[in-house]
Design a protein around this ligand. Structure first.
Ligand SMILES: *Cc1c(COP(=O)(O)O)cnc(C)c1O
Length: 352
């Protein structure tokens, strides 16, 4: 047997959201926080056109997309680093700080990729329990010590949908030592409607140790193409670029992301529709008697404890795939109205 790293024996594998089908064939995938909408025609066209060039390597610097992102957000192109999905950018961030003895602080439960990436990078995870489903920023600040090099704040938090607000986040950032990199993971930023939830891009500007992670996978509907980015000051973006595998962001992803920025109004109109459905789904759940944390993302969270897997199985019988975390709860993505109705029906009969 080849000898592998010990950490691989103890690592839980990432569990992707699964599709399920009801006996009559109905199938609703509410397990991966994807956009329920088909790609826009203009984006499909850009991909089809781009397909003609796939015998060539992509632009290794993704110059056009980097410039498009920089222009869209009013930041210098030198502050933008792209990756094959923001999970990959997160992995690169772990690589920029990771060596034995280093600690990385994040809330728990939060995005399930964090512990995997920490293990792979050979750093120690310091998990700070959520307080009433929200980040406990005071406890997170207290968890920082001389070994800490990075802190993740997932805002809104996956899987609970809860947020941290401007005042508390600023107070937290003021407490974080300058040598500790704070990553604001804003994968669901476009779904936020609470004015008190800050846009990380307003916070990073005068804070060299703060960066913002964003993705084209959720609101922009490009989950299948894998493209995300970090915006941070030059030392951060430069460090991330050094950890990039050559040609990481493929040509189709580059052209589709550029086309998506050009069609942003249409895409954000779809986000509005999801937000309306989010309100409807949450209110319906509450009137069914469920406790649902306020959510600013494209999903809701039900803390089901020991009933979690039973709940997921009951949803699966109705053709609804949800994302269960055994013993804790289930995350349910907001889909189109038909999918949401199927989920609400399953939830109603489970509650009874
Ligand atoms: C979905 C998600 C991501 C991004 O995923 P990519 O598809 O890799 O861009 C990043 N962070 C969080 C918290 C997410 O939920």
């Amino acid at each position: 047997m080849p000898r592998f790293r010990h950490i691989l024996d103890t690592m839980a594998a990432y569990k992707p959201g699964k599709a399920v089908a009801a006996p009559d064939g109905r199938s609703y995938k509410l397990s991966s926080n994807e956009s329920p909408y088909d790609p826009l025609p203009s984006v499909v066209e850009a991909i089809a056109e781009g397909a003609r060039q796939v015998n060539r390597y992509p632009d290794p610097g993704a110059v056009a997309l980097t410039e498009a992102v920089a222009e869209r957000f009013g930041v210098p192109a030198s502050h933008v680093a792209l990756g094959a999905g923001s999970v990959t950018v997160a992995q690169q961030l772990f690589e920029t700080v990771g060596e034995p003895g280093v600690e990385v602080v994040y809330a728990w439960r939060s995005f399930e990729a964090y512990p995997l990436l920490a293990d792979l990078a050979g750093v120690t995870s310091v998990r700070v329990p959520l307080d009433d489903e929200r980040h406990d920023l005071d406890a997170m600040a207290e968890a920082i010590n001389d070994s800490t090099r990075m802190v993740f704040v997932c805002n809104p938090n996956n899987p609970t949908g809860t947020t941290v607000r401007r005042r508390e986040l600023e107070a937290f950032l003021d407490r974080v030592p300058e040598h500790v990199l704070v990553v604001l993971d804003e994968a669901y930023h476009e779904y936020v409607r609470d004015d008190e939830v800050p846009d990380g891009l307003t916070l990073y500007r005068d804070r060299p140790n703060v960066c913002v992670l964003r993705t084209f996978s959720k609101a922009y509907g490009l989950a299948g193409l894998r493209v995300g980015y970090v915006i941070g000051h030059e030392p951060v973006a430069t460090a991330v670029r050094k950890t990039t595998i050559p040609f990481a962001v493929n040509h189709l992803a580059q052209v589709a992301a550029i086309a998506s920025l050009a069609a942003e109004d249409e895409l954000l109109e779809r986000v509005d529709r999801v937000v309306k459905e989010r309100t409807r789904v949450r209110e319906a759940l509450v009137s069914q008697g469920w406790t649902v944390p306020p959510t600013e993302a494209n999903f809701v969270w039900l803390r089901l404890g020991e009933r979690t897997l039973d709940f997921a199985a009951a949803c699966a019988v109705e053709g609804v795939a949800v994302r269960p975390f055994a013993g804790e709860g289930a995350r349910i993505s907001i889909g189109d109205p038909e999918a949401n109705d199927a989920f609400l029906a399953a939830a109603a009969s489970f509650a009874k």
